[in-house]
Ligand binder design. Structure first.
Ligand SMILES: *Cc1c(COP(=O)(O)O)cnc(C)c1O
Length: 360
């Protein structure tokens, strides 16, 4: 299937990606940009963009990512979320029709100090810091910055944006406070505030463009709601196979550091995946692993290339039996919770050793 002999691969279902994008569209009043930064959260940026021909636009972190999309003939609007890191980025943005976030005055200083005079006009989104306190202009400086951008003949200010710090929480009071500060700026511009959690929480009703990331990949941004309950479908399923089976006697230990001690005689399956593939090394004993369609538990520390699984209660397990680490049967969110992280990180940490296989 992969052209490689190791049975470990990530299957990427583009039909489910499209389904999830349409879920975002149905819950948004206007446009939805698909956030495909960091190699589309590990799913493969170009393939994901090609699978989302219906997307209103894309958002990436940096100009380098945007240039890769343009080099691969992606023609939809592309928003660069961190904007320019220097004058070169502005020049590339003008040449390749990229939309740029401005979150700091220095980004405009680079233009003022140069003879930047593009033939194309660069569309600009001004980012407002409404409480996240990471990047963005404070609301009281918004009018000044708007005027500064509007006075540039090579820039066209189109959109005011902000980013939520707490839209995934049960208590949405912080999110509402941020939105109150955002909408208090009377700009007459388009607005964009929502990430996936805000879209799914219905906080995007005034958005001209919402920005959907994690929900596109079929994972829930909420600790309190499952992806199934949100009608999202997993896009990635991570697969491997059993490569060894053996018996361990009661009292014997499995793996590095003797973390797992067998409480009774048991059968152990060894699976060809490890932290060298991005499977989380901190996954504790008991983390679910699907072996030949049956839910089993991780037993022993994750190695670089292998994990060990208790298959004592399983029927018909043999060398070559299929294993799902996460996907349709075991949700990535469940594995992330076990490892005290979030699906975003599990997706992004999948290493290049894992081939991505695409299906329609
Ligand atoms: C990454 C990112 C998003 C998408 O967030 P999700 O939680 O994955 O939906 C939206 N907006 C900005 C500014 C981002 O950096």
């Amino acid at each position: 299937m992969t052209g490689l002999t190791r049975p470990t691969f990530a299957q990427i279902c583009l039909a489910n990606l499209q389904h999830n994008y349409l879920q975002a569209k149905q819950r948004s009043p206007n446009q939805v940009y698909a956030v495909i930064k960091a190699d589309a959260y590990g799913h493969g940026m170009v393939q994901v963009a090609q699978g989302l021909t219906l997307a209103d636009g894309f958002a990436v972190a940096c100009v380098d990512e945007a240039m890769t999309l343009r080099a691969n003939h992606i023609t939809q609007p592309i928003l660069v979320l961190e904007g320019a890191y220097g004058l070169d980025d502005w020049q590339l943005a003008a040449a390749h029709n990229l939309q740029m976030v401005v979150h700091h005055g220095e980004q405009l200083d680079w233009l003022d100090k140069s003879d930047f005079n593009s033939t194309g006009v660069v569309r600009v989104w001004l980012k407002i810091n409404t409480g996240m306190n990471r990047v963005g202009i404070r609301p009281e400086q918004a009018k000044l910055m708007m005027a500064r951008i509007q006075s540039h003949s090579n820039l066209m200010l189109s959109t005011l944006m902000t980013h939520h710090a707490c839209s995934d929480e049960v208590d949405l009071s912080t999110a509402h406070t941020q939105l109150d500060r955002f909408y208090a700026i009377d700009s007459g511009l388009d607005s964009s505030s929502a990430n996936s959690a805000a879209i799914l929480a219905g906080l995007n009703q005034q958005d001209h463009i919402s920005r959907a990331g994690i929900m596109l990949y079929g994972s829930s941004p909420f600790a309190h709601q499952t992806s199934v309950s949100l009608n999202l479908k997993p896009v990635m399923s991570l697969h491997s196979e059993v490569i060894s089976l053996h018996q361990v006697k009661q009292g014997e230990a499995i793996g590095y550091g003797r973390r797992f001690i067998a409480s009774q005689d048991m059968q152990v399956a060894v699976v060809a995946i490890g932290y060298g593939d991005g499977y989380p090394r901190h996954a504790p004993d008991g983390t679910p692993v699907l072996v030949n369609g049956q839910r089993c538990e991780l037993a022993g520390k994750v190695s670089m290339d292998m994990i060990t699984v208790d298959v004592s209660h399983c029927t018909q397990v043999s060398i070559g039996s299929p294993v799902e680490l996460w996907g349709n049967q075991i949700s990535v969110d469940e594995v992330a919770t076990c490892s005290q992280t979030i699906s975003y990180e599990l997706f992004c940490r999948l290493t290049p050793r894992v081939p991505r296989c695409y299906e329609g």
